[in-house]
Design a protein around this ligand. Structure first.
Ligand SMILES: NC(=O)c1ccc[n+]([C@@H]2O[C@H](COP(=O)([O-])OP(=O)(O)OC[C@H]3O[C@@H](n4cnc5c(N)ncnc54)[C@H](OP(=O)(O)O)[C@@H]3O)[C@@H](O)[C@H]2O)c1
Ligand SMILES: Nc1nc(=O)c2c([nH]1)NC[C@@H]1CN(c3ccc(C(=O)N[C@@H](CCC(=O)O)C(=O)O)cc3)CN21
Length: 292
């Protein structure tokens, strides 16, 4: 039997291209503005996966010329103390973007804290004002992961208008804003979640399939429509019997590559695009804050 292989949607390469563009913008504007853009990343506790993402962000900031202010706090910090940190960052003129790394340790209410971030510094796009702007198709800071998916699809000129798009997952961080952005691009959008019945029938209809559930192996090749565009947002760390760990998405990559027309890898797909969009949001806050 003849087998075909899906074309890869290379998020890593596109992220590098975006870094070059951002670096050029910053190099041009920094002398005029008199300061570089600043991004504050707040992390509570010592979740090793989160620590790795935070390090990636810091590396990327250094590459393009954004000053990053890492704020690390112990798990036993109180909500009131974190509120005071956010209030101070909201006032700080060196800080254009504030990101609160999720998830939070159980005793802290992350949603309540996200509400305290000044919407124009909310580079994660999670504040109700920015989510509301997205619902209304107004300009505003947009959630980085779904924005990264849209940017990657645009780069490969993948048509969305009139297509059946299925998003698996409905979180505030990924699934819901993803569905809204696809809707804005005139796709016909279905959102599936843990209570959906017969997921396979739903996903088999998808011209554009976005998996964002956080379950390795959730999407098998028989759930994918031949010729579909398949985007794997999932990032799951698996450890084998020898103790070695590797990252996988939610999609059975090898088998799906024989069915789909386009497919994103993990790693090297949406992860790097998320970081690139975070930096892009920080630069756009910087431009707005300095009237450029
Ligand atoms: N690539 C990136 O840059 C990036 C960024 C953020 C997150 N991620 C990854 O993306 C994944 C999702 O992240 P998240 O923050 O959205 O996670 P989350 O808050 O845990 O949400 C997971 C979503 O998947 C749904 N779900 C769970 N099991 C399901 C099933 N069997 N069938 C269908 N839907 C199911 C859940 O449904 P209910 O609502 O019914 O519970 C929920 O809506 C994770 O692997 C995360 O690490 C990657
Ligand atoms: N507030 C907030 N916003 C987020 O976007 C966010 C969180 N919290 N918490 C964790 C998740 C997961 N996120 C990310 C972001 C980037 C990569 C990333 O750069 N992944 C690389 C490989 C990284 C590695 O090797 O560890 C990739 O190629 O996929 C992964 C997960 C972003 N996420």
């Amino acid at each position: 039997m003849e087998t075909t292989t899906a074309k890869l949607l290379d998020g890593k390469a596109l992220a590098e291209k975006i870094y070059k563009e951002l670096a050029a913008t910053i190099a041009e504007l920094k002398p005029k503005i008199g300061r570089p853009p600043g991004l504050a990343v707040l992390m509570v506790g010592d979740n090793p996966a989160s620590a790795a993402y935070v390090r990636n962000k810091e590396k990327a900031c250094a590459k393009v010329g954004i000053t990053s202010f890492g704020k690390y706090f112990p798990t036993d910090i109180t909500f009131t103390e974190l509120e005071a940190v956010i209030a101070q960052l909201n006032q700080d003129e060196q800080v254009d973007g504030i990101l609160v790394q999720l998830p939070f340790p159980g005793h802290l209410d992350s949603i309540a804290l996200l509400h305290q971030i000044e919407p124009d510094k909310d580079v994660d796009g999670l504040h109700p004002v920015n989510l509301g702007r997205l619902v209304r198709s107004e300009t505003g800071l947009r959630s980085c992961t779904p924005a990264g998916v849209m940017r990657l699809l645009e780069e490969y000129k993948i048509p969305l208008e009139g297509k059946q798009a299925v998003v698996v997952g409905r979180s505030i961080l990924v699934g819901k804003p993803m569905a809204l952005m696809l809707l804005e691009a005139n796709a016909t959008v279905t959102i599936a979640h843990s209570r959906s019945q017969d997921l396979k029938t739903i996903t088999q209809n998808a011209d554009i399939l976005i998996a964002a559930a956080g379950l390795p192996g959730l999407i098998t090749a028989d759930m994918v429509k031949p010729g579909a565009v398949v985007v794997d947002v999932g990032i799951n760390r698996l450890t084998d019997s020898s103790g070695k760990s590797r990252l996988v998405g939610d999609i059975d990559f090898a088998a799906t590559a024989r069915v789909a027309e386009y497919l994103t890898p993990v790693p090297g797909g949406i992860g790097p695009m998320t970081v690139a969009m975070l930096l892009q949001n920080t630069v756009s806050s910087y431009l707005q804050a300095t009237n450029h």
